[in-house]
Design a protein around this ligand. Sequence first.
Ligand SMILES: Nc1ncnc2c1ncn2[C@@H]1O[C@H](COP(=O)(O)OP(=O)(O)OP(=O)(O)O)[C@@H](O)[C@H]1O
Length: 285
Amino acid sequence: MKKIVVMSGKGGVGKSTVAANLAFTLSKKGYRTGLLDCDIHGPSIPKLLGLEDVRGVDSKEGKLKPVEVDGVKVFSMGFMLPSRDTPVVWRGPVKHKFIQEALQNVDWGELDYLVIDLPPGTGDEVISIVQVAKPEGAVIVTTPQSVALEDVRKAVNFSIHVGVPVIGVIENMSGMLCPHCGKPIEVFGAGGGKKLAEEMAVPFAGSIPLDTTIFRSGEDGKPFVRTDSPSAEIFEKIVDELLENMKAIEEELKKIKEKLEKESKEKEKAKGEKEEEKKEEEDEK
Ligand SMILES: Nc1ncnc2c1ncn2[C@@H]1O[C@H](COP(=O)(O)OP(=O)(O)OP(=O)(O)O)[C@@H](O)[C@H]1O
């Protein structure tokens, strides 16, 4: 099971929308997919998928059972909270324990991909989740404004620090088509995400426009990739890009690992030969 975390430098940029639709696109491509919402303070996945009333967990032999939505197995930290209106007022260690239990005890069965929706930012909870989950790739979601882009720098540096490769930066709410004249309007600007990704030498996966279909789908509890909107097609290409990047990074890491193993074996061999020579010299003496 490959784990992909979806993160953002700041809140409200569309991270959960991307996480949910990434999971449904992977499932559409034939992969067995799970979606884990790790945002304790503001779990949005239940709302985006019409699961707000799911409460409590159907546990099987001490395992937490995910809810299946159109072939995608979904589990939200929100399912474990007493009610959707209850704020979480736990201190760090309690939250860490809760996160650890949820991450280790969900009964996913056989999966190809697990998409993890992280809380916004790079705080304590994000560190806990990444340490426990050990993901293979990170997707960073941003919007074009400079305030959001500044936080992306932090998110990229965080990924580098914790050793999770960035498989793509996605610029969300990147312009919209005027419903009257059809011309593009750059509501929050555009292109900043791509520039920043280039600057920080991480892959850029694509831009998603500000689109009323995306907003409406979220309100109706349905993934927008299940609609016939142009944004669904755009998103499918973004997912292809993410998968290609992930594959390329995996191959690169495999090569590095093989090179290091070869070097270590050669070092061991040389060391053995040296010791042998030394022993022979001593014997001769
Ligand atoms: N491209 C878009 N076009 C229109 N609406 C969008 C788009 N992307 C996201 N939205 C809407 O913006 C709102 C916030 O999205 P979402 O919950 O995915 O953000 P988030 O970054 O996960 O937020 P949080 O920080 O609270 O977890 C939702 O109502 C969603 O439907």
